[in-house]
Each structure stands twice: as C-alpha cells, then as structure tokens.
Write a protein that binds this ligand. Structure first.
Ligand code: ADE
Length: 245
C-alpha cells in the first residue's frame, strides 16, 4: 500500500511513522531461512507539505472565513494543487480521505475496508476547516476519529494510518493478533477479554485458574464469556440487537 499524507506540519509525522510497527512495515522483509528471499515493504509513506503548493507570495494557505467568525479557513488552491501533485507521483489511483470532525466516525469495519485499498491519500486540515468548494471538487471520504476536536487533522491521520497499517498482511508478527483484537470479526466485534501473564500470583491476586489449566476449550469459553460480560458492562451499545442485556 502507498500512503500519501498532505499536511501543513510534515514534521509531526516523523516520529510516529519512524517508530515501532509503522516503521517496520515500511522496511523490506527478510526471510531468516533464505537470505535471497527479501520482500518489498508492505507500505510506503509519502508526507507532502501543502504550503509548498501555495501561490501566495507570503506562503499563506489560509484566510479569515467569509461571513466572519473565529479562526482561519484553508484555501482551495494550495490543497487542490497539493493533492494533484501528490497523485501525479504514482499512477496508482488513490482513495482520498479527509480527516475532519464532521466525517463518519472511524470504526474497525471502515479501517478494514481502507486496508484493502492499494493507495490512500489523507488530507489533514485545520480544525476550523477547509473551503467547502475544494472538498466538493476532490470528493474525499470524510472521516472523524471521535466526537471531540483536535487542533488539526494530523493526529487523526496518524490514528488512521496506524489502524490501517497493522491490518496489512505481514505487518504483525503473529498473524492472529489483529484478527482477535477488540472490535474485530474474530472477537465478534466485542471488547477483548482480560489478559494475564506470569507470575501466577501477584500481591495476593491470583491469575484465573482456568488460564493455567491447559484446557484450551475451557480457556476459549472463559474468554468468550469475559468478553461478553465486559462488553455488556462497558459498551452495551456494541451488543444492541444481539442479546438481551
Ligand atoms: N480534526 C480535528 N478534530 C478531528 C476529529 N475529531 N477527527 C478527525 N479530524 C479532526
């Protein structure tokens, strides 16, 4: 997958895209058993500075809103030109996504769908907004990361990238570990069950006996029950229409 990001703050992405799983996903994958078997990276990141595309001689990309009101609105021209320039770098058609609090709230099914794309182009805007006409012209999918407001779309873009990239085949070491995450199909889209590791007793608290039993069927049943109970207690909305609470 190719991921293009358009932002006024490209430096914000350096740490996140250059660390841990997101970094590893952009590196070639070597097969320890066969030194000649090196596969290309699963993802490549291309962060573009929208300001480079302004035709304003002072480098401005935003202006006060028509009709008055607080803040500044990003102008059409730099955003539009930055999108077209980024897209022209590669012939693969891009699914355009605009991060905005007015978008569809991001959920795991949306992440799964976007993880099936060959290319994402993510626009991170000012929270006050982007001139509506460039949104109409570019027709991006508008996505929100929740009902709260951030200072810009950069952190939401990073949230989207992280959620998508960890689903790409080969990114997580254990191919099962994403399938059973909370909200995933393997977890029946419920919350995850609680987890325990050594020691068996810590400060007088014992790990549940069943998990030390070695009885895989009992363990699976216990985990399924715990996941349901947690979901019922903490997120009953996830069970709506699925069981009586
Ligand atoms: N930009 C500012 N707030 C946002 C949010 N909640 N989701 C996506 N983009 C945003």
């Amino acid at each position: 997958m190719r991921i293009d990001v358009l932002t006024l703050f490209p430096e914000m992405f350096t740490g996140v895209l250059g660390t841990s799983i997101l970094k590893r996903a952009a590196e070639p994958i070597a097969n320890p058993a066969d030194p000649d078997d090196v596969r290309g990276p699963v993802v490549s990141y291309h962060v573009h500075d929208i300001r480079r595309h302004t035709t304003n001689k002072h480098g401005k990309v935003d202006q006060p809103p028509y009709g008055g009101g607080p803040g500044l609105v990003m102008q059409c021209q730099p955003v539009y030109d930055a999108v077209l320039a980024a897209e022209a770098e590669d012939p693969t058609p891009a699914r355009r996504v605009l991060m905005t609090p007015q978008g569809t709230p991001l959920t795991q099914p949306i992440v799964e769908r976007l993880a099936g794309e060959k290319r994402l182009l993510i626009i991170a805007g000012h929270y006050e907004g982007i001139d509506e006409r460039v949104i109409e012209a570019l027709e991006p999918e508008e996505v929100s990361v929740g009902d709260y407001v951030l200072s810009g779309g950069e952190l939401p873009a990073m949230v989207l990238i992280d959620t998508v990239v960890r689903l790409l085949p080969g990114v997580l070491g254990d191919s099962q570990s994403a399938a059973h995450d909370s909200f995933s199909p393997g977890a029946q889209r419920l919350l995850d069950h609680p987890h325990y590791t050594r020691p068996a007793e810590w400060r007088g608290r014992a790990a549940p006996e069943v998990l030390l039993s070695g009885d895989h069927a009992r363990i699976a049943a216990w985990r399924a029950e715990q996941a349901r109970r947690r979901t019922r207690e903490r997120r009953p909305d996830l069970l709506d229409g699925r069981e009586s609470t």
